[in-house]
Design a protein around this ligand. Sequence first.
Ligand SMILES: [Zn+2]
Length: 339
Amino acid sequence: MATCTAPRWILLTIALLSGMAASAATPVETPYGAVSLPFTLHKIPDAPVYYVVGLSGVPDSVNEGHTSNAGFVVTKAGVVVFDALGTPALGYRLLQRIREVTDKPVRCVVVSHYHADHIYGLQAFKEHANAPTVLAQRGTLGYIGGTADSQGEDAARRLEQRREALFPWVDENTIIVAPDQVFDRETSFELGGVRFEIKHLGPAHAPGDSVMLVRDYGVLFGGDVIYGGRVPFLDSPETDVEQWLAGLDYIAGLKDQVEYVIPGHGTMSEDAQRVVEATRDYILYVREAMAQAVRDFIPFDEAYRHTDWSRYEKLPAFEASNRGNAYRIYLDEEARFLK
Ligand SMILES: [Zn+2]
C-alpha cells in the first residue's frame, strides 16, 4: 500500500506558478532555465486526466530534452502525476500546467522507470510542489547508485552527458531524485475516491518498467513498455524482450478496462489492442530478422542493410532508434546462439 494519500500540510506556490504561465512558443522562464517549446496540455475526454507529449528523437538542445510524455490525474484530495519529464525545467512546466487546472496539492509522482528522460523533472516537484512522494518499482533503486553494475545504464555518466547536451536545462545543479517508496510486483492506492493500480512489467527496456491503471477513467499510463505511433526504443543494456512481450500480453488482457493508453513516448491511443500490437509487431520483426542473420552467420552491417525496413521507416524515431535497436537485438541473439 503506497502512502501517496498521506495528508500533508500544503505549501502551495500557486501565485508564483500561475503568474509565470505563458502561451506556447513564447519562452517561459523557470528557475531551471527558459523553456521555449510549445508545451501543450492534452486532456482525456470527460475525465480529469491530462498529459503532455514529447517530441521524437534523442534529447538535444533543439527539443530541449522534451522527448518523453508525462501526465496527471486530478482528484478531490490531490493530484497524482505519472512521470516527470527529462529536465527540471520541463518538470516545472508540467507543474505550471497542473496549477492552471487545479490548486490541489500534488500528492504523489509515480515513475514508470528510471531513465533520464523521465526523471530529471522530479527535482522541480521536490523543490516547488511541497516534496510529493516519489513512488517507483524496487528495480529502479539500482539507478541511484549510478554504477554500470547496478543498472547497466550508468546514471552518473548519463547525467554528465545531459549536462552537456541539455545545458542550461541540465547543469551542475541538476540532481537525481531517488524514489521515496518502492514496491515489488504491484501496488495500489486510493486518492479522493479514485483508485490507482501500479504494476511492474519489467524488465522490458529498463528494470523498473511499470504501468499505472486508472480504472475509474479507463486510462492506462504505459511508460516505455508501450510506444504510440513511433519506433520503440530497444537499445538499452537491460532490454529483456521476453519479459517485454509478456508485459504487452498483460496490457492486452486489460482491454475491457482500458479505453485510453498514454504511452511513455508517442501519441495517445484510443485503441489499446492496436498500440500493443504495433509495439509487439516491431519487437518481433526486429528479433526475427536479427535472429535469422545470426543463424546464417551474416555480419550485423550486412544483415541490417539487407533487412526490409520499409514498414517502419516512415515512423517517427526510425532514424534515431532503428539501427541501435537492431544492433542491440543482434548482440542478444548472438549471445543466445553461442550459449
Ligand atoms: Zn523513455
